[in-house]
Ligand binder design. Structure first.
Ligand code: MRU
Length: 348
């Protein structure tokens, strides 16, 4: 089996150094959230060490860490790191401070539900405890459990998806739903990595993903590190590449999936799904259960982040509309690839 060379996207570090990514690490007043700064890739491989709520909020907002599962994991570890420095000495005052920080971090980006899910899960795990030191430790334990679980979920998604892939296939993907977007081997890219480990040869077409180029900068970079043959194409080439018969399957990730299977992902995914339907190419969405929001009956209720106009080239004075995500209706999705297998209807 080939071993993969993939980046470490999010980790917890303290005065004893990095690498405490598994449950068992002790919370420390010197605790730091350590992330790979994805705004600098692929030219520069730099890491950021963060310990203030403003720094963590800013890193998520600016997409230094991005991708739904990675946002959830970094916010969970980030919350524990912030709480380790709280100085309140009654549980009530401590919990009020925790709630404020939790709500603040949750407001950094609206679409990826993993962010809210991870923070709520950590707060729920810690709140029954009575003494403050145990609450601080529990916040870290739960965050590191989420990180560890994420790696395991990615691997299971990879195993389920790899069964769909035959030697010699070519996959088209949009944005980055790989190792950089998770704490494991990714979601949409996980089947490709597992297939590679199984000795299958898979080629990938990666949409550049305007305006922030997650496909051209991140997906192409991480696939190249892993030894996968990759072609970068402009977003507006996807339909033509399908028409030329070059694509066997589309696999993308998701930021939030409504109960009926409608799936929000990076802007441009919807038009890829329409083009795939027209060309009879299977279109899969790969995601873990933490991405499903059962409180929303359909995708029209998914909050879509609108980002600043300066991310898009425009003539001075001309208006810009910059939604960061779109929603692909369930009817365009062949199936969801999840840790429970390849599901035509979402029943977890
Ligand atoms: O704005 P981004 O880069 O955070 O958008 C990321 C995506 O759209 C991913 O496809 C999605 O989060 C799935 S990541 C496994």
């Amino acid at each position: 089996m080939k071993s993969l060379a993939l980046p470490v996207t999010v980790q917890y570090i303290d005065e004893y150094g990095a690498g405490h990514v598994v449950p068992g690490a002790k919370i420390s007043q010197f605790a730091l959230l350590d992330i790979l700064d994805q705004t600098r890739l692929p030219e520069n491989i730099c890491r950021l060490q963060l310990f203030t709520q403003e720094g963590i909020f800013d890193a998520i907002k600016r997409l230094c860490v991005r991708g739904a599962p990675a946002i959830g994991c970094s916010a969970a570890v980030g919350l524990a790191v912030c709480a380790a420095r709280f100085r309140e000495n009654t549980k009530e005052a401590f919990m009020n401070h925790l709630k404020e920080t939790a709500e603040y971090l949750k407001s950094s980006r609206p679409t990826a539900v993993n962010l809210m899910w991870a923070i709520d899960r950590c707060c729920a795990a810690a709140s029954p405890l009575t003494d403050i030191e145990s609450i601080k430790q529990k916040l870290l334990d739960e965050a590191l459990l989420i990180v560890e679980e994420d790696a395991m979920l990615c691997r299971k998604i990879g195993d389920a998806g790899a069964e769909l892939l035959q030697d010699g296939m070519t996959i088209l993907t949009h944005c980055n739903a790989g190792a950089l977007a998770t704490c494991g081997i990714g979601t949409a890219l996980a089947p490709i990595y597992r297939a590679l480990e199984q000795g299958k040869k898979i080629k990938v077409y990666s949409d550049e993903t305007r305006p922030l180029l997650q496909g051209a900068r991140l997906t192409a970079w991480e696939l190249q590190q892993a030894g996968v043959e990759t072609f970068t194409i402009c977003d507006n080439m996807a339909a033509s590449v399908m028409q030329q018969g070059k694509i066997d399957m589309v696999i993308v990730g998701a930021d939030r999936i409504a109960a009926n299977g409608d799936s929000a992902n990076k802007i441009g995914t919807y038009q890829v799904a329409i083009a795939a339907k027209y060309h009879n190419i299977p279109f899969y969405v790969a995601a873990p259960y933490s991405t499903i929001d059962y409180s929303l009956p359909d995708g029209s209720l998914i909050p879509i982040e609108e980002r600043k106009s300066d991310e898009i080239y425009h003539c001075p004075g001309v208006n810009v509309y910059n939604p960061a995500f779109d929603v692909t209706p369930a009817e365009l999705i062949t199936a969801h690839i999840t840790e429970r297998g390849v599901l035509k209807t979402l029943r977890f």
